[in-house]
Structure formats: structure tokens, C-alpha cells
Design a protein around this ligand. Structure first.
Ligand code: FES
Length: 286
């Protein structure tokens, strides 16, 4: 079976690109004024060391699926209806959290990722509305209507999950850009000692990855040159307070430890051990 190429399909749905751009512009305006920045970073998941959205999105999917099964079972055992309602309600609350975390990640996307992300969000938001309507129908005694709306909602969630899967597995959205970058495991000479100076970066390939070299407080330091968030160059902006700054979305990393200091990145930067041997700077994976 051939996978469906979603990009041209989504691009042909005329309202998706301008809608995505308009919402993103509005959000970026809020962030530029300093509003929502802390909330966005929390929703990105830096505190967890992992994107929050995949974890949160499992909760409503599980709750809605379990509620659908209980709604089927309540025909034989009416005692199940309370639990079916409870799970529908819990799924709706969890769905709001999943949507907010997804919005925080989506806000940093461009091009096809932005458009597919918009389609993913629309499908899941429409599904969430169907589950809210299902709960309302059930509260009014319409169990058949509730079950039909729940089934429709699950179908929408499935379609949204397909698009979300495409974003991650085809476009590498939110995937650590250094996942396969290891660097040299044994000492490797990468520069002359005199080339590494305070206040500037030297970029060198080493062991299948890009490494930046600099001096900080007299010590030679080597770190990954590629931002784990989406691949931005960490050697473009000057070092500030011992931190590397990514120019693309503002992530910051400790030069010496690689620790993420500021999101949206959630994965620490690569760091390397350094030594000087016969006037050459050598590095190896820490
Ligand atoms: S690429 Fe997004 S913060 Fe670096």
C-alpha cells in the first residue's frame, strides 16, 4: 500500500495556509510582547526534557476510546453509563491540554509543517467539539446520538493522528536534530590551538556531526553546532553568559554542560571533552 502524500492535498484546501499564518502571526505578536512566553515554554515541555504534546495527546485518545466501549456495553449493563460519561468529560478536559501543548509546538513551524500542523489541529479540534456534543446529547438522554457522535469523533481523531504521524515521521517535526549525531568516540584532532579564540566560534565536522569550538574563561570548549529543536545554527549569535543562543526560535543552551536553559528545545545540546596535544585541539564524545 502506498502512503498518501498529504502535503499537496492540504495545500489545495485554500483556507488552511492563510488560517495557519494568521493564527501564527497573532501568537508571535503576543510572544514578542512578552505575553504567554512562560506558558509556551512550559507547554513545549522543557521542564520535562521531552515534548509535552505526545504525552498529553494519549490521555484524551484513551479516555474517548474507553468511553466508546462503555457506551456499547451500557446497552447490556446500564450501570456503565456513569463511567462512560465520566470518561467523555475527562477526555474533553485532557483534550484542551493536548490542544494547548500542540499549539505551542506548532507556533514555531514553517511551510509544509505549518500547513500540515494546521490540518492536524483542525481535525482534532473538530473531533473535540464532537465529543463535547456527544456528552451534551447523553446528558439529555440521547444515548444513540451520543454514540454516533463519539464514533464520528474517534474517526476524526484517527485522521488527525495520521496527519500528526506524517509530521513526525516524514517531516521530523519535534524530533531531536542530534538524535543520530554522536561525534568522535576517540580523541580526534579538529583544529590548531591558536585557531580557537575567545569571542568567536570555529565550526568543524567531526564524527558525523558539526562541532563548534571556542574559548570561554580561558578554557577550550567544544559543543554541538546544531540546535536540537529544529537544526538552527548555534554558532551564529555570540556567546552570552556562557550560553549558546539559537537564532531561529530563541533556545539557549549552557556551553559547558549542554543543558537547555530556554526552550522551545527540550533536548540538551551535545558536548565534547577537549584537550590540547602537540598544539592541536582534540575532542571526543563526553
Ligand atoms: S531551531 Fe528552534 S530554537 Fe533552535
Amino acid at each position: 500500500m502506498t502512503a498518501v502524500d498529504l502535503e499537496p492535498i492540504v495545500a489545495r484546501i485554500r483556507f488552511i495556509p492563510p488560517l495557519g499564518k494568521a493564527v501564527q502571526d497573532w501568537l508571535q505578536g503576543q510572544l514578542r510582547q512578552g505575553r504567554l512566553q512562560g506558558l509556551k515554554e512550559a507547554l513545549n515541555g522543557r521542564w520535562l526534557g521531552h515534548p509535552l504534546h505526545p504525552a498529553l495527546s494519549d490521555l484524551p485518545i484513551g479516555a474517548f476510546g474507553a468511553s466508546a466501549l462503555l457506551q456499547l456495553g451500557e446497552r447490556a449493563d446500564p450501570g456503565l453509563s456513569g463511567a462512560a460519561d465520566l470518561l467523555l468529560g475527562a477526555g474533553c478536559v485532557a483534550g484542551v491540554g493536548a490542544a494547548a501543548s500542540g499549539l505551542a509546538d506548532w507556533q514555531d513551524k514553517y511551510g509544509a509543517e505549518l500547513e500540515l500542523g494546521t490540518a492536524h489541529a483542525l481535525l482534532n479540534s473538530a473531533s473535540l467539539l464532537l465529543f463535547v456534543a456527544a456528552l451534551g446529547a447523553r446528558r439529555r438522554g440521547g444515548r444513540g446520538v451520543g454514540l454516533a457522535l463519539t464514533a464520528l469523533g474517534l474517526g476524526g481523531l484517527g485522521a488527525g493522528a495520521y496527519v500528526g504521524g506524517d509530521l513526525v515521521f516524514r517531516y521530523g517535526s519535534q524530533v531531536n536534530r542530534n538524535a543520530f549525531a554522536e561525534g568522535p568516540s576517540k580523541w580526534r584532532a579538529v583544529a590548531d590551538e591558536g585557531e580557537v579564540v575567545e569571542g568567536s566560534f570555529l565550526r568543524r565536522p567531526a564524527g558525523g556531526t558539526e562541532v563548534l569550538l571556542t574559548r570561554f574563561e580561558g578554557q577550550i570548549c567544544a559543543a554541538g553546532a546544531v540546535c536540537s529543536h529544529a537544526g538552527g545554527p548555534l554558532d551564529e549569535l555570540p556567546l552570552e553568559d556562557g550560553q549558546l543562543h539559537c537564532p531561529w526560535h530563541g533556545s539557549r543552551f549552557e556551553l559547558r554542560t549542554g543543558k537547555v536553559v530556554h526552550g522551545p528545545a527540550t533536548v540538551d545540546n551535545l558536548v565534547f571533552e577537549t584537550r590540547v596535544s602537540a598544539g592541536r585541539v582534540e575532542i571526543r564524545r563526553r
